[in-house]
Every structure is written in structure tokens, then in C-alpha cells.
Design a protein around this ligand. Structure first.
Ligand SMILES: C=C(O[C@@H]1C=C(C(=O)O)C=C[C@H]1O)C(=O)O
Length: 436
């Protein structure tokens, strides 16, 4: 099916040896043909992107009906972890896309070949993955396109309708609710001792269905209920995150820093009062400031221009409100979006301050591997453009099972019972996706 490599290019084996020398510390598992043959064409508006996905193993990144969905696998890279996992992924993609035969008359971010990806939160986590789908349908600013890698025709005819998960059974994850409250109390003690300013603690929750869970049902429900979030699916990690780690379109960067949360009110008056309280809360503003300042510090050396608002604004979602800082920048020099991801992850929105102390405390108190929860999730194209969110409000699917995650920023004034309630509210996103 795949064309043979051109005779003027070195054989693939040679490329692999060169590559593994460049990233000597990372052992990679790679499936890729010798050369990608990529064809992008404009298509009539495909309508709802999620309903175009033909199989349960869906790749998706959709917000307000725009974005990209993909299926099939032209290439896959799995990374065993390490601080250099973003650089290793970036280099692999440069080699793969650099040697590809690409016809892309659309030329917008997300047209041409794309890798969907999701990285482990902790450098010690072995779960990072990049997948280049064989088919992508995209929609952006009035343009729509289909990208095909390889030679199979008309994949859009093959949709198998998804089924909703049946007969779900729920069980505690690593820590029960009271045990997690104790972990939060222990974190507050450490913070009051002056060892760190903030730590984000998370917990997990398990669901088991009678039949294998189809990611598309969850995507459909999430996209309908949380249209302003990035509804994503990558290698079994499915969710709807409000937090944009970084978008790169040419020289332009955007990020949306979130930290500081309250549940939505039950009446309009209650809602308005909660919004006012959140804006005025010293505890939430402190939580937020750690995250916004770190993003500013990480982007400043990369940018010729950078704007970070002095005061956070309010982001209102169906279940919660967050303090939000939209950040805009202009790159000083060409860098791929993965390069910028590497400079940002992990932000204090999901780790804490100082980062290393917070990571140690997370390992000590959570007693679980977060896997890809709270890690970067998104896509990158052959130009180095892309959008990466922080994988929040998500679950890891494995056949009939789903592992859900939710976490909260803890500072000196945090109350364990209130943090538990906040985590329960955040779990509800994926509980709704699974149960409807
Ligand atoms: C950690 C999560 O969310 C993060 C923590 C927040 C907070 O503590 O206020 C808000 C948004 C996110 O940055 C999560 O949803 O699991």
C-alpha cells in the first residue's frame, strides 16, 4: 500500500539509528511506514465533526463545532517518559513529516498531516503517545477539509453508530473520600510550614460498564454540554477541558490559565453571588496568581510580545466558574508548539509552586500514577502549529472500564471538605458523559 522510499533518501534503518542517537535517553516504540503520502482536499461543510467518526477508537479535538477529528493509524509513537519526552516527540515528528510527500492546498492550522498526542503528567509516567491518523476531517473559519494518508477511498461512508454505556457500576479509586480529605489536610500543613506555596491534589474514581465504552458517545455528550471546552479523545483518554495550555498559529501564541473555582449556583441570584465571591476570594486569587505568573515567566523568554492581564476574568461553564487569565504572545523565533508545551508543562494550575517540591508532594500524598491526566493533550501539524490543552475533566478508557480524575489547587487557606466538594463537582463532567 505504501510507496517505496525514493532512491535518493537513506534507508529507514539508517534514519532510525540517527534518531535514536539524538534522543539517546529515550526508548521509543514506533510504527510508521517509510514515507507518508498525504493528500488534503477542500470538502463541503461536513456538519457535526463528531458524528463523522466511524469507529469507537476516535481521535478528536473539537470546540464550538470547529476542530479536527481523525481515525485509523498511519503512524504511532509511544514514549516511556522522561523530561525530554516533548523534545523526542518533536524530533520524531520533524523526521516523519519532513520526509512526507504532502499535498495541502488548504494551508490552515490542522490541514495536512497531523499528530494527535497526549503526554504523561509526571516525567516518570510511561504513557505518552502520538498518533498520526489515516483520515482527518477538519473545520475552521468557514473552511472544511479531508486529509487522507495512503490510498483507501471514501472513508466517510463507513460510520457505525455508537451505543451509550450500559449498566455502570461505580467504585472508589486509590483514595476514598475521607482518605483524600486527610491528604488535603496534610498538604495544608506542609504549606503552612512554609515548604511550598501551592500544590494540586487529585483523586481517581472507577466506573465499569457491561459493554466496551465507545468514546464517541462521551464526546457527543461533552461537546453538547460544554461547547466552550476542548472536547478531546486520544488513545483512550477522553474529556472536555476548559484549560488551553498553548495554541500556536504561525507566530501567535494563546493560552488560557485557569485556577480558582466555584460550583454554579442553583438560581440566578445564587450564581451571581458565587461569581462575586470567587472574584473577591483571596484564597482563589492566590491559587490563580501562582499559575498566571509561572506561565508569564515561562513564555517571556520565548516571546517578542506578551500580554498577561493584571486581573483574572471569570470563565463560566455548565457546572463551575473559574478565574481565568487569557494570555497572548508573539514568538521571538520559530518554534513548534511542542517546544512551547515543553517550556510550560507542568504549570501550577495542575502541579503547584515550586514545581519540584509540589511534584514530590503529589507523589507522596496522592499515592497513584496520574497517567495522562493533567498532562498536555492536543495536536500538532507539519508546520509546527497546534493546540494543546491540559487533560482535565477526563477519563482513561480501557475496554469496559473508565478511570476518572479530578483535582484541586491547595493553598494555606484551603478547607479539605470544600476541596472534596470541588473535586466531586469536577468529576460530574465525566459522570455525565458516561451516564447522560
Ligand atoms: C485540577 C483540575 O483543575 C484545575 C484546578 C483548578 C482549581 O483548583 O481551581 C481550576 C482549573 C484547573 O486548572 C481538575 O479539573 O482536575
Amino acid at each position: 500500500m505504501w510507496r517505496k522510499p525514493h532512491h535518493d533518501r537513506p534507508p529507514r534503518q539508517f534514519e532510525r539509528v540517527q534518531f535514536s542517537r539524538r534522543v539517546a535517553r529515550v526508548k521509543l516504540a514506533v510504527t510508521a511506514p517509510d514515507r507518508l503520502i498525504v493528500r488534503t482536499e477542500r470538502v463541503a461543510d461536513p456538519g457535526d465533526l463528531i458524528s463523522r467518526l466511524p469507529h469507537p477508537t476516535a481521535l478528536a479535538w473539537v470546540r464550538h463545532g470547529e476542530g479536527i477529528v481523525g481515525w485509523g493509524e498511519a503512524a504511532r509513537l509511544t514514549l516511556p517518559g522522561g523530561e525530554d519526552r516533548f523534545a523526542a516527540a518533536d524530533q520524531w515528528l520533524r523526521d516523519l513529516f519532513g520526509s512526507a510527500d504532502i499535498h495541502d492546498p488548504v494551508q490552515v492550522p490542522g490541514s495536512g498531516p497531523v499528530a494527535f498526542g497526549s503526554f504523561g503528567f509526571d516525567p516518570k509516567s510511561p504513557d505518552s503517545v502520538l498518533i498520526v491518523p489515516r483520515w482527518i476531517v477538519g473545520r475552521r473559519d468557514g473552511a472544511a477539509w479531508l486529509t487522507t494518508i495512503g490510498e483507501d477511498a471514501d472513508p466517510l461512508a463507513l460510520v457505525h453508530p455508537p451505543q451509550p454505556p450500559a449498566r455502570l457500576a461505580w467504585s472508589d479509586g486509590t483514595l476514598s473520600a475521607p482518605a483524600w480529605e486527610q491528604a488535603v489536610a496534610a498538604a495544608v500543613d506542609r504549606i503552612r510550614d512554609g515548604r511550598l506555596g501551592k500544590v494540586v491534589l487529585a483523586r481517581d474514581l472507577h466506573a465499569e460498564a457491561a459493554e466496551p465504552i465507545d468514546a464517541r458517545t462521551l464526546l457527543r455528550r461533552l461537546a453538547d454540554r460544554f461547547p466552550a471546552c476542548y472536547t478531546f479523545s486520544c488513545a483512550g483518554l477522553v474529556g472536555a477541558t476548559p484549560e488551553l495550555l498553548i495554541r500556536r498559529a504561525g507566530e501567535h501564541l494563546d493560552s488560557l490559565v485557569l485556577a480558582g473555582t466555584t460550583a454554579r449556583g442553583t438560581t440566578p441570584a445564587d450564581d451571581a453571588e458565587r461569581a462575586t465571591r470567587l472574584r473577591a476570594s483571596a484564597k482563589d486569587r492566590e491559587e490563580h496568581a501562582y499559575a498566571a505568573e509561572m506561565v508569564r515567566d515561562a513564555l517571556t523568554p520565548l516571546c517578542a510580545e506578551l500580554t498577561v492581564p493584571d486581573q483574572p476574568e471569570l470563565l463560566t461553564l455548565a457546572n463551575v466558574m473559574h478565574l481565568a487569565s487569557p494570555v497572548h504572545g508573539r514568538l521571538r523565533r520559530e518554534r513548534s508548539v511542542l517546544d512551547v508545551v515543553a517550556a510550560l508543562h507542568p504549570t501550577p494550575a495542575v502541579a503547584g509552586t515550586p514545581t519540584d517540591t509540589a511534584l514530590d508532594l503529589i507523589r507522596e500524598l496522592e499515592l497513584m500514577d496520574r497517567g495522562r491526566y493533567a498532562g498536555p493533550v492536543g495536536w500538532v501539524d507539519a508546520r509546527g502549529d497546534g493546540e494543546w490543552g491540559i487533560a482535565l475533566r477526563c477519563a482513561e478508557l480501557d475496554g469496559t472500564r473508565a478511570r476518572l480524575f479530578a483535582g484541586c489547587g491547595i493553598v494555606a487557606d484551603s478547607d479539605p471538605a470544600a476541596e472534596l466538594a470541588e473535586a466531586q463537582t469536577k468529576f460530574r463532567v465525566m459522570q455525565y458523559a458516561l451516564e447522560g
